[in-house]
Design a protein around this ligand. Structure first.
Ligand SMILES: [Zn+2]
Length: 454
């Protein structure tokens, strides 16, 4: 039987099976749902087995991880599919048109918590493998599944799990469907993510707040000083002025520049939608290049001095700012935090004591456009959608992606099968039937495209 015939015949059953998964309220943040978490994990393991893979439920310090496996040949390409079976709490319940864990299929969409994020999108890959195994008798690659139950609470157990099970999880390519395409009917591959370096800077200018009449003109002012430091973080060309900030930056390749120009991105619409009247940034780069592929620095918060009603004539002794940098390969969060901290101390006006605290970091990640993983994903999407594929990067940070790259040395491709309008984390979350069915097909085609002939 052909893949097309099989998928047509299996469509209704594959939908029903997803709906069963969506009925399980696997809310990872609430201990009340412990049994539901276990039930969802078991349901996925059973589905993997029914598709023809082996599967087991592996314990962690938190919610269990579902691991599935199909072995073709030790020399064949190994693909690891990552996803998550936990969901966000459905509150506020009164804003749902139907109960969040009683899936409804209406007007071509499935409405339920987790429909798009991420049960529907990870299930696509189980059903794709099932279809390929059923129609060809075997898969053309080694296939592994890692489906966790803690994504919505920040994946506290995942890094340690990957480190501990490096051999088991070893893969050439990691596929993640846990996001959206750029627009409806716009097959999209995301191949690059920014990293993050986040610091807090505190400045102190005196032992106590001082009267601005008695002391003004004769003492340092923490807020004036901090403001002058912040003003020196960018130069007049919109570049980050921290020495060494760009040292390790991977330049945007000619192929990427070219691919970005094919993205239908209207700068005016972008500005109007978010209510900004200008789109300033680093000179020499287009808006999309800056958003996706150039490192940035932003002050995220600032505080100090009198903020109550009316006037208080005071020279504040203390002020603080929170500053984050979004990083691109191959910048390192620790290195950037250190450089930023050192620079702030250097440029502090006389009389200011500067303390810098490192708050948070995340590694950037990229899979080259010309890698077999990206090329195979593009081929699969082109086959199913009959359209050119958009290659995107994003300013966001997904720690698990860099974990897969660093710990498994695998190429990671993100194939978002949902839409921005799927209302993930919100009431009436949905997943379009067409995106589910097409996704299953994309998954099956992808495995074929990734085969290396062994
Ligand atoms: Zn998700």
């Amino acid at each position: 039987m052909s893949l097309t015939d099989y998928l047509l015949e299996a469509q209704e059953r594959q939908l029903k099976e997803l709906l069963e998964l969506l009925k399980i309220p696997s809310i990872s943040s609430s201990s009340k749902h412990q049994a539901d978490m276990e039930q969802a994990a078991k349901y996925l393991a059973d589905n993997l087995k029914a598709a023809g893979l082996s599967a087991e439920i592996m314990e962690t310090n938190g919610h269990p991880i579902v691991y599935g496996e199909y072995n073709l040949h030790p020399d064949a390409t190994t693909v690891l599919v990552y996803g998550h079976y936990d969901v966000q709490p459905p509150d506020p319940l009164e804003l749902w048109d139907s109960p969040p864990f009683e899936p409804v299929v209406k007007d071509g969409v499935i409405i339920a918590r987790g429909a798009s994020d991420d049960k529907g999108q990870v299930f696509v890959h189980i059903k794709g493998a099932e279809a390929l195994l059923a129609t060809t008798g075997k898969l053309p690659v080694n296939l592994k599944f890692l489906i966790e139950g803690e994504e919505e609470i920040g994946s506290p157990s995942l890094s340690a799990f990957i480190k501990k099970n490096r051999k088991l999880l070893a893969a050439d390519i990691v596929v993640i469907s846990d996001g959206a395409m750029l627009a409806p009917e716009t097959p999209t591959i995301t191949y690059g993510l920014k990293g993050l370096a986040y610091i807090e800077v505190q400045v102190r200018s005196a032992a106590m707040d001082l009267h601005s009449g008695a002391f003004g003109g004769g003492v340092p002012n923490s807020i004036n000083g901090l403001a002058s430091m912040i003003a020196k973080l960018h130069d007049e060309q919109g570049r980050v002025a921290v020495p060494g900030f760009y040292d390790d930056v991977m330049e945007i390749s000619t192929a990427e520049r070219e691919a970005f120009t094919r993205v239908s991105f209207d700068e005016k619409d972008f500005a109007t939608e978010i209510g900004v009247s200008a789109t300033p940034g680093e000179a020499g780069y287009s808006l999309l290049e800056r958003l996706w592929a150039r490192p940035t620095l932003d002050v995220n918060g600032i505080g100090g001095g009198f903020q109550g009603e009316g006037a208080k004539t005071v020279i504040a002794a203390k002020a603080m700012a929170k500053i984050s940098c979004r990083l691109v390969p191959n910048q390192d969060p620790d290195d950037i935090s250190e450089k930023l901290g050192r620079y702030l101390k250097e440029i502090a006006p006389a009389g200011l004591e500067v303390t810098v605290k490192d708050l948070h970091g995340g590694q950037p990640a990229i899979t080259p456009l010309e890698s077999p993983a990206v090329q195979a994903a593009a081929k699969a999407l082109r086959t199913v959608y009959g359209k050119e594929v958009i290659f995107a990067r994003t300013g966001g940070t997904i720690p698990v992606v860099s974990d897969f790259q660093r710990l498994l040395d695998a190429d990671v491709v993100l194939i978002g099968l949902g839409l921005e309008t799927d209302r993930i984390h919100s009431p009436n979350e949905k997943f379009d039937l067409i995106n589910y069915y097409r996704g299953v097909r994309v998954s099956a085609e992808l495995l074929g495209a990734l085969a290396n002939g062994n």
